[in-house]
Design a protein around this ligand. Structure first.
Ligand code: AMP
Length: 544
C-alpha cells in the first residue's frame, strides 16, 4: 500500500466529526487493505506503530522533530517553532512547511506503508551513543521523500499525537464491520493479544480464528483496573464478594516459562533486571508456567512503606544490588491469567483464585469471602491498621478484563476524593516563580481525547515546581501567551473538595479547590480518569 493513500485516508477521517461515519469509512478502507499490510495499517491508523506489549518504542520528543524539520525545510529551529505556534498542530505545521519548502523535491520515491514502518522499526532499534544521530538521519530521510500530507501524518505517529479522532473503540467496530465478525469478539481478542494489528488479521480469517485467540507468555496484557464504590452498594448488588487488602505499591505482571521469567510494570515496561529479588522469590514459589498479576510493596519492620519507595526500585538501572539491600520488596499476588498453556482470563474469579492458591506456594494475597457488611468493615479497618491503603472488593464470578475499569473490582479507601489527570498545559509563574511553571492545566480522558477539567497551583513546593519544569520543558507542543501546551505524557493525582458543573470547561465539570497530591509516573495517560468517571462521582455525591 502506498503511504500516500494512508495519509489521504487519515486526512479524510480527520475532517469527519461523527463516530458512525468514521467507522463507515474506516471499515471500507480496512476491507481493501492486503493481508500483508493489514496489521501495520491498523497500528498506524491508531498512531502507534508497535503493539503495547512490545518493548519497541519510538521515543521521539518534539525537540528532535523541530531539528529534523528545520533541516529538511531549510529553516532554522526557531522559525519552525514559530510556525508551529501559529498553527497549533505540529503535523499540520509540517505539512505546510513541506509544501512551501524552497527546493521542492519531486518525491522521486513513492513511500509505501511497509517502508515507513521499517523506518519506525529502525528508529526504535537505534541504541547506544550514536542513537540520536541515527534517529535524526532516518527522520531526515523520511521527510525528504515525503509529500506534505505524508509528512503531516508521519509527524503525528512520531509524536504519538495523531489527532484524527480514531481510538481503539472505533477500530474495533470498523474491523468487526469490515470482516462481518462480532465486535465483542474483536474486543476480547484485543484484550488477550494487546495488539489491534494482529487482531485485525485474525478477524480477516474469521469468527472461528478470532474466538480461538491465544495468550502469549512474555506479551504482557493490560492491567485490569478498579472503580470507586461503597461496601454496602457492592454487597447489595452482588451478595458475597471477595475482599483483599489494597496494597499501596507498584503493580506488576509476572510471566514465567520454565526457568525464564520476566516482570512488567503497570505500563507494561519490562522491569526484570531492576527486581532480581522479586523475580527469584516468584520463580522459587512455583514450578508452573504462568502469568501472575499482583502488587509489589516495600516493607520495613513488617510495615508497608510509601509507594514512592517501591518506585525507586522499579526505576533502578544501575546499582541494583545496593538497592536490593536497601529496600526490601515483597510481592502480593492476587490473580492468575495463564497456567501451563491455558488462558484463564475468561474463568470466574473464584476459580482463578482457587488455581492461584494451588500452584503458588507463597505470596498469594489473603482473602475474605463474605456478604456481611460488618465483617468486611472489620477487614477494611484491619487493612488500614496494618498500614495498607484500604481494601479491594472483587466479584466472585467476574472475568479478568485487561485494561478495563469495570464494576468487577471496587476499591475502598479513606481518601476517595482524588483523580488521576493528564497534564496538558501550564502557565508561567509570577514573582519568584517566574522561571518555572506556576500552575498546570489537567485533563480527563474522553474516548481518545483529553478534555481539560482544572487548573492546579496548590500543593506544589518550589522544589517540585523546578523538577516539573525540568521534566516538562522539552515536551512543549505550542505556546499561547503565558500558556504552554505539552505533549500529554504525565499524570497528576489531584485532590479536590467538590465536583461542580461548570460552563468554563469544555467537559462541563470543574474541580473545586484542586490540589496537587503527587505525580503518578507509574501511570500511563491511558489510565487517567475519564470525564465519565467525573460525571459518575458528581452524580454519586448529588444522590448521597
Ligand atoms: P487505584 O490505583 O487507586 O486506581 O487502585 C487500583 C490499584 O490498586 C491497582 O491497579 C493495583 O495496582 C492496586 N492494588 C493493590 N492491592 C490490590 C489488590 N488486592 N487487587 C487489585 N489491585 C490492587
Amino acid at each position: 500500500m502506498k503511504f500516500l493513500i494512508f495519509a489521504e485516508l487519515c486526512n479524510r477521517i480527520e475532517s469527519i466529526k461523527g463516530r458512525l461515519d468514521t467507522i463507515e469509512i474506516l471499515s471500507g478502507a480496512i476491507k481493501d487493505v492486503d493481508l500483508e499490510d493489514l496489521a501495520i495499517f491498523v497500528r498506524l491508523i491508531l498512531g502507534k506503530p508497535f503493539p503495547d506489549w512490545s518493548p519497541m518504542k519510538l521515543g521521539i520528543g518534539p525537540n528532535l522533530l523541530y531539528e529534523s524539520i528545520a533541516y529538511v525545510t531549510g529553516k532554522n529551529r526557531d522559525g519552525v517553532i514559530k510556525r508551529l505556534n501559529s498553527v497549533g498542530d505540529l503535523g499540520k505545521a509540517v505539512e505546510e512547511m513541506l509544501a512551501n519548502k524552497s527546493q521542492t523535491s519531486f518525491f522521486a520515491e513513492e513511500l509505501t506503508l511497509t517502508e515507513v514502518y521499517a523506518a519506525f522499526e529502525a528508529i526504535s532499534r537505534a541504541e547506544g551513543g550514536k542513537s540520536q544521530k541515527e534517529r535524526l538521519r532516518i527522520i531526515h530521510r523520511l521527510f525528504s521523500v515525503a509529500s506534505p500530507i505524508e509528512g503531516h501524518y508521519i509527524t503525528g505517529i512520531l509524536l504519538d499525537d495523531m489527532r484524527i479522532g480514531v481510538g481503539e473503540g472505533n477500530v474495533r467496530d470498523a474491523v468487526a464491520k469490515a470482516f462481518g465478525v462480532d465486535s465483542s469478539l474483536v474486543e476480547h481478542a484485543q484484550q488477550v493479544l494487546n495488539d489491534m494489528g494482529e487482531v485485525a488479521v485474525l478477524a480477516l480469517l474469521g469468527q472461528e480464528a478470532l474466538s480461538q485467540v491465544k495468550m502469549q507468555i512474555f506479551h504482557p496484557v493490560r492491567m485490569m483496573l478498579a472503580r470507586q464504590g461503597t461496601i454496602s452498594q457492592v454487597i447489595s448488588d452482588s451478595g458475597a464478594i471477595a475482599v483483599e487488602y489494597k496494597y499501596d505499591g507498584a503493580r506488576f505482571q509476572f510471566h514465567k516459562k520454565g526457568g525464564d521469567a520476566r516482570m512488567y510494570s503497570r505500563r507494561l515496561e519490562e522491569v526484570t533486571d531492576a527486581l532480581p529479588d522479586v523475580v527469584s522469590m516468584l520463580l522459587g514459589a512455583t514450578d508452573h508456567d504462568l502469568i501472575l498479576d499482583g502488587e509489589v510493596i516495600a516493607v520495613k519492620d513488617d510495615r508497608p512503606m510509601p509507594f514512592q519507595t517501591v518506585l525507586k526500585r522499579f526505576r533502578r538501572k544501575h546499582g541494583v544490588a545496593d538497592a536490593v539491600d536497601a529496600i526490601t520488596l515483597v510481592p502480593n499476588v492476587f490473580d492468575i491469567l495463564y497456567l501451563d498453556g491455558e488462558m484463564l482470563l475468561d474463568r470466574p474469579f473464584s476459580e482463578r483464585r482457587e488455581i492461584l492458591t494451588r500452584v503458588l506456594q507463597m505470596y498469594a494475597t489473603p482473602q475474605l469471602v463474605s456478604d456481611d457488611p460488618a465483617a468486611i468493615e472489620a477487614y477494611y479497618q484491619h487493612a488500614l491498621d496494618d498500614g495498607h491503603e484500604g481494601v479491594m472488593l472483587k466479584l466472585l464470578g467476574s472475568r479478568y478484563t485487561p485494561g478495563m475499569r469495570g464494576k468487577d473490582w471496587v476499591k475502598i479507601k479513606p481518601e476517595v476524593d482524588t483523580l488521576d489527570l493528564v497534564v496538558v498545559g501550564a502557565e508561567w509563574g509570577e514573582g519568584k516563580r517566574a522561571h518555572v511553571y506556576g500552575s498546570f492545566l489537567v485533563a480527563a480522558r474522553q474516548d481518545d481525547r483529553l478534555v481539560p477539567v482544572s487548573r492546579v497551583a496548590t500543593g506544589l513546593s518550589d522544589d517540585q515546581l523546578t523538577r516539573l519544569y525540568e521534566t516538562l520543558k522539552d515536551t512543549i507542543m505550542h505556546t499561547e501567551e503565558k500558556m504552554v501546551y505539552f505533549e500529554p505524557a504525565l499524570v497528576f493525582e489531584i485532590g479536590y473538595s467538590e465536583i461542580q458543573q461548570s460552563p468554563n470547561y469544555e467537559g462541563g465539570f470543574a474541580l473545586r479547590f484542586p490540589r496537587f497530591v503527587q505525580v503518578r509516573d507509574d501511570k500511563d495517560i491511558r489510565e487517567a480518569n475519564t470525564l465519565e468517571d467525573i460525571r459518575e462521582r458528581y452524580e454519586m455525591i448529588q444522590t448521597r
